[in-house]
Design a protein around this ligand. Structure first.
Ligand code: ZN
Ligand code: FE
Ligand code: FE
Ligand code: ZN
Length: 264
């Protein structure tokens, strides 16, 4: 059995395909369980063009429920991808508490006012010190973990998305963040979307996954599909990576609790 816990809906304004199309694709591929994790509402000043509005939030829940009813033979979880951004914690806490989620993915998409994972703004990687950027990113990851608001760390090393890597060793930054993740009890999202980006790697890297494994951190799997065609994309590679890092199990979530299943 395998699960895909990271997929989006058109409500975020940058994904295509109704949830039913994602579910159909999962059935075709023999994926037994999926979960939707669309970008959560945030305070209006934060990234409004890339997510559902607070007014659209109920329709997201309805959409996932409708899909669950349409596919009784497929296990479909209600998840959410909620940003961590200092200063928005109270808002996000209320957003998470508003519905009975199976899991909540916590992700970082901004360093200050810089949407670093947006290709239109990636030029900033060329004019700033990469080690300082990575340090800022991993500091935010640690702070995300310490909030205890989220179940899963989304695309753990997404800061590498456009292929910019510091010349000096940044493993200590990864390990520092992972220690906070380990303490929080969160899992890592082994996310295949990085393979199609300039980084050309799964998030997280084998190095980071090995470190996570040594700290007792569990994993889940996600395609981060913004198109039904990407459901379960490259999952055999993701499972192979997890095994190479020493994993034998992954987490399945329900009502924000998990059990462990053997890797296929
Ligand atoms: Zn997205
Ligand atoms: Fe994300
Ligand atoms: Fe996502
Ligand atoms: Zn994502």
């Amino acid at each position: 059995m395998i699960v895909d816990y990271h997929m989006h809906t058109p409500l975020c304004r940058h994904a295509v395909g109704e949830p039913e199309a994602y579910a159909r694709r999962a059935l075709e591929l023999g994926i037994e369980e999926i979960g939707f994790s669309d970008h959560s509402p945030m305070p209006v000043s934060y990234d409004p063009d890339w997510r559902m509005s607070a007014g659209e939030y109920p329709s997201y829940i309805d959409m996932v429920r409708r899909c669950q009813k349409a596919f009784p033979g497929l296990s479909i979880k209600l998840g959410l991808e909620a940003d961590y951004h200092p200063g928005t914690e109270d808002f996000v806490r209320d957003v998470i508490a508003a519905h009975p989620f199976d899991y909540v993915i916590g992700s970082i998409h901004y360093l200050g006012d810089w949407g670093f994972d947006n290709p239109d703004h990636a030029h900033r990687f060329e004019t700033q010190d990469l080690h300082a950027i990575y340090a800022q990113y991993y500091d935010l990851v640690a702070r995300l973990a310490r909030t205890r608001m989220y179940d899963i760390l989304g695309h753990p090393d997404v800061i590498k998305k456009f292929g910019h890597r510091p010349a000096v060793d940044y493993e200590p930054l990864e390990r520092g963040a992972l220690e906070a993740v380990a303490q929080s009890g969160m899992a890592l999202d082994v996310n295949t979307s990085g393979l199609g980006r300039p980084a050309k790697e799964i998030y997280p890297s084998l190095r980071m996954l090995k470190a996570a494994r040594s700290m007792g951190i569990d994993i889940t799997f996600g395609s981060d599909a913004h198109d039904p065609k990407r459901v379960g994309d490259c999952f055999s590679q993701a499972v192979a990576l997890a095994k190479e890092a020493g994993y034998t199990q992954f987490r399945r979530y329900a009502a924000r609790r998990f059990d462990l299943l053997p890797l296929p």
